[in-house]
Design a protein around this ligand. Structure first.
Ligand SMILES: Nc1ncnc2c1ncn2[C@@H]1O[C@H](COP(=O)(O)OP(=O)(O)O)[C@@H](O)[C@H]1O
Ligand SMILES: [Mg+2]
Length: 284
């Protein structure tokens, strides 16, 4: 096909030999199948910031560190330099996350380069060499669903051990090849420790996956993996070897009575002070 404008620089640099087809036009990116260094690969072309909702981006970027003062100021001012920096951080976040997850043992596409707003990565394929389907496009046996759900929960643990919450994990962002699930689409990955929304996003990710697999294995809908994993993580007890049960008991210890009493005492003292001030004022 004719080379799309955004891929031309990579063609000029010899990173792409030929653009074969457009695979998908998604919310945040256009995906092309390309030939690169003699192999069939996938090129993800990020859409411009202007085409994306920046409100949403801000929620995800909370806690993402920017060390350089000039950078931080420019980003605050939303100068065009700042916007460009925001873009690069967004795009690099996906390569960074993919690289870290791959090292941690999570199945994700291999990445080759991220340049000029284009991420060149491995094309995930099925056993016939066709583009791998998304979970949303397949059905499976109960047994397979239970097995894959377990694998997915393990990947989610590995991600969290690496400090990463996917942030948009669903049946649309997991591909299925002959070896099992492959996780994709991570530009919005969040830092588990630094982002206040991390726990809520984590629960949504886990519950999306459990809901999907429970279509084929209904017993999964009774499980409490999100709560189980997060509480181990918070307690500093989560490791790549943690054996999950899917069972979670809500804490039924009595509420922390001492601190409630302290609060009542403090409120009482404050009220006494207020009355005292009124009395003194009236006496004057
Ligand atoms: N490495 C890949 N291999 C095969 N298909 C892919 C790959 N990356 C993306 N896709 C396909 O393109 C779609 C959009 O890519 P994605 O990274 O999810 O971007 P978006 O932000 O637009 O959702 C995916 O749902 C999937 O079908
Ligand atoms: Mg997607």
């Amino acid at each position: 096909m004719k080379v799309p404008k955004r891929l031309q620089p990579l063609v000029d640099d010899g990173l792409i030999d030929e653009v074969l087809s457009r695979l998908m036009s998604g919310k945040e990116a256009d995906i092309f199948i390309v030939r690169s260094r003699g192999e069939i690969r996938c090129a993800k072309v990020y859409k411009d910031a202007m085409q994306r909702s920046f409100k949403k981006a801000a929620q995800y970027q909370e806690g993402r560190k920017v060390r350089n003062g000039r950078r931080a100021r420019a980003m605050e001012k939303r100068s065009s330099f700042g916007r460009k920096q925001q873009e690069e951080i967004w795009q690099n976040a996906e390569v960074d996350a993919l690289t870290r997850l791959s090292k941690a043992g999570v199945r994700v596409p291999d990445t080759y380069v991220c340049i000029d707003g284009v991420l060149l990565m491995e094309l995930v394929t099925d056993d016939e060499g066709d583009v791998a389907p998304r979970l949303n496009d397949v059905t499976m046996s109960e047994e397979q669903a239970l097995e894959d759900h377990e694998v997915m929960m393990h990947y989610i643990v590995l991600m969290l051990c690496e400090g990463i919450v996917h942030g948009d994990l669903s049946e649309f962002n997991v591909l299925l090849d002959e070896y099992g699930p492959v996780i994709i689409d991570l530009p919005q990955a969040v830092d588990a420790a630094a982002n206040n929304n991390a726990q809520a996003m984590f629960a949504r990710d886990v519950n999306n996956m459990t809901r999907y697999y429970s279509e084929f294995a209904p017993q999964l809908s009774q499980t409490r993996y999100a709560d189980e994993i997060w509480s181990l993580f918070e307690a500093g007890e989560l490791t790549s070897e943690t054996e999950l049960t899917g069972v979670f008991e809500d804490s039924n210890e009595a509420a922390d009575v001492d601190s409630v009493i302290e609060e009542i005492k403090a409120a009482f003292a404050e009220e006494q002070d207020r009355l005292e001030r009124i009395r003194t004022a009236a006496e004057d």
